[in-house]
Write a new protein. Structure first.
Length: 305
């Protein structure tokens, strides 16, 4: 018997993961708006993927969550700056057994959902996928497809096992983390650092990692995040910093983060949720973050110009 799943934010992440789950036979509803919603209703959801193309004909698509009702799982796949209205839209979807999986970049989204619905509702998650909206009703995925998640306290549970099985059966990679907060912070450590430096310099991964001084700057920014994490009780080490630098070494040389692309294009960005959060938490915990403070101001000036 399939699961009932709602996807809020049917862009790259939500469209790809939700599409795979729908193709596997689950009852998936997509919450979208505008031209994208119209295209989903008219033409279906078309996914172009390195793992195989597919189309979901006649998907359930709406801009009104009251039309969906209570579900087993909600995949919350909006950007951080879209969270407030998305959280408000969750209410009709959340019943006594509903779990909301957060997928936002950064580390604040789980608490923002928990502030409204309680920690027991939230499954903190981290996504690894390169996917984007390729026009209304169309998703293009060019790499990845992994969701790491767990209960708030990382304890094993029946619902995390159920979700893991559903994702794996849909052809996705699903990891129930033994320490979900460390997993979120490891991704954050790399993403926020390279995102801010890439934004300030306008350079792709290949340039940042090849120039010795830039590489050192990247390591210094990551080390500050690691120290803030430890001040918050998250068990990250210097070895985690080295591992994330090695991860960036494996990325396409021409690659950039969504933060860099959004600011360069004059779109709303996640700067406050990335480097802004490091600065704020550094201040709250008494942890010096001089590199990230400077990057935040420089990137903020670029975003404002």
């Amino acid at each position: 018997m399939g699961l009932k799943i709602a996807v809020i934010g049917a862009g790259g992440v939500g469209g790809y993961f939700g599409g795979r789950l729908a193709a596997a036979g689950h009852d998936v509803s997509f919450v979208a708006r505008g031209d994208h919603l119209a295209a989903l209703r008219r033409d279906g959801l078309a996914v172009t993927s390195v793992a195989g193309d597919f189309t979901i004909a006649n998907p359930v698509a709406t801009d009104d969550t009251t039309e969906i009702g209570e579900v087993d799982f909600v995949l919350l796949a909006v950007k951080t700056w879209q969270l407030e209205p998305a959280i408000a839209a969750l209410k009709p979807l959340v019943g006594s057994r509903t779990a909301v999986i957060t997928t936002q970049n950064g580390v604040d989204a789980p608490q923002q959902v928990a502030d409204v619905f309680g920690q027991d509702v939230v499954l903190p998650g981290a996504v690894e996928v390169i996917a984007f909206l390729d026009g209304p009703g169309r998703i293009r995925q060019i790499g990845g497809g992994k969701l790491t998640f767990a209960e708030w306290d990382s304890r094993p549970s029946e619902r995390t096992e159920t979700l893991q099985t559903a994702l794996q059966d849909a052809g996705l990679t699903a990891v129930v983390s033994p320490d979900v907060w460390a997993a979120l912070w490891k991704k954050f450590l790399a993403l926020a650092s390279v995102g801010a430096i890439g934004t300030v310099t306008g350079a792709p991964y290949g340039v940042l990692r090849a120039r010795p001084a830039m590489r050192k700057l990247l390591e210094d920014a990551m080390t500050e995040v690691q120290q803030v994490a430890r001040a918050r009780g998250i068990q990250l080490t210097e070895a985690d910093v080295a591992a994330e630098v090695a991860f960036i070494d494996q990325l396409p040389a021409e690659g950039t983060t969504s933060l860099q692309r959004d600011i360069a294009a004059g779109r709303p960005s996640e700067l406050d949720a990335w480097t802004g959060t490091i600065v704020r938490l550094g201040r709250e915990t008494g942890t010096p973050t001089p590199v990230n403070n400077l990057l935040y101001e420089l990137a903020g000036a670029r975003a404002a110009s």
